[in-house]
Design a protein around this ligand. Sequence first.
Ligand SMILES: *Cc1c(COP(=O)(O)O)cnc(C)c1O
Length: 382
Amino acid sequence: MKFIKECDRNTKGDRAWVEIDLENLKNNVEEIKSSIHDNCEFMAVVKANGYGHGSVEISRYLNKINVYNFAVATINEAIELREGGVRGDILILGYTHPSRFNDLIKYDLIQTIVDYNYAEDLKKFEKIIRVHLKIDTGMHRLGEDFHNLDTINKIFSFKNLKIEAIFSHLYVVDSDNKEDIFCTEEQIKNFFKIAEDIKERFNKNIKLHIQNSYGALNYPNLPCDYVRIGISMYGVKSSLNDNIKSNVRLKPVLSIKARVAVVKGIHNGDSVSYGREFIAKSDMKVATVTIGYADGIPRNISQSNIYVLVNGRKAPIIGRVCMDQLMIDVTNINHIEEGDMVTLIGKDKENYISVEEVAEAAGTITNEFLSRLSKRLQYYYK
Ligand SMILES: *Cc1c(COP(=O)(O)O)cnc(C)c1O
C-alpha cells in the first residue's frame, strides 16, 4: 500500500497528533525530586489538560512512579482525574462556586480558601471539608492578605474546615533582576513568618508550600512540604532565555506532528494564504500542512522566521496560519509527497524544534502555547 509509511506505524492515519514521551516525564520528575530536600513532596500541576499533555494519562502514569499529589485549576479538572482513576490528593488551586461544594466531598478533593469571605462560605456549608489556605504575599490574585492576622486567625476557628496546609505563590521568581529577587525574598520571608505564627498557635503539623517550577529550581532549599511543579515537569522552560540556578537536566516530553496534504508549484508574484501577506519572490514549491490555529498553532506565528521539519529538513511557515491548515516553503526539499510527516515540535533526523522557539515566535511563553493545544489533536503515549 503506497500510503502507509514508516511514520504511520504508530498512528492511525491521523492528520495532526501529539506524541508524549513518558520516559522523559519520569526523568524530569526524578531530576526535580533529587534537587529538593527529602521531606518535600512533589505535587504535579496538571491543570489545563496537563499543560496540553493530557491530564488523565499523565496523572495515571505519575501514580505508577509514586506521585500521589496533584493540583488543578478547576473542580471539573479534578473530577476528570478522579473519573479517570487517578489516586492521591487533588488540590483545586482556583475558585469553586458554593453550589459545587458537595462535589468536593463526593470526589474527595481539597479546595483552596481564596480569601476570608470564601472561608465563611465554606463554614456555612457545615460539612467537614479538606482545604488549603492561600496567603497573598504580594501577587494580589488569590489568598487572604498576609497582613490580616485577625481574619486568618478567625479562619482557623471554623470547625468544619480541615486546614491541611497554607500556601502562597511567587510572582517573579523566574527573574534574575535585583529588584525582582528582592520581591521574591520578601514574599518568602513574609510567608514563613506567618507560617511560624500559625504553627505555634494552631497546628504545628500544618504543611507549607510556596514554590512553583522556578521557585523550586531557583530556591530548592526552602523548608516546605510540597513543591507545585508544572512547566518544568514537562521538560521545558517558560521562555528561551530564562536562567535557572539549578542544574537539573530536563527533557521535553511533547512533540507535535502533522502531514503534508498538497504539494504545488507557484510562480514569482503569487501570494499564499489569506490576506496576501506572503508573496513569492521567485517560482517556488509550497506544501499545505494538516494543522492550524484550531489545533493550537498560533495564528501570528507566520510573522516570525519559524519553520517546521519535513524529512529532517527545515521548511519555513509562509503566509497566515489558517484554522485547519498552514503552508510551508518546500522549494529546497527534493523528496516530499502527500502524506509525509511534518514535525512542528520535536526531533526529525538531525534537526530539532523546541516548544520554547515556537512560543517565542508567537510572542508568548511555553505555558500559554502548551495549555492552548486543542483536543482535536490525537494523543500517543510511549
Ligand atoms: C499553575 C500554577 C503552578 C505551576 O506553575 P509552573 O510555573 O508551571 O510550575 C503552581 N502554583 C499555582 C498556584 C499555579 O497556579
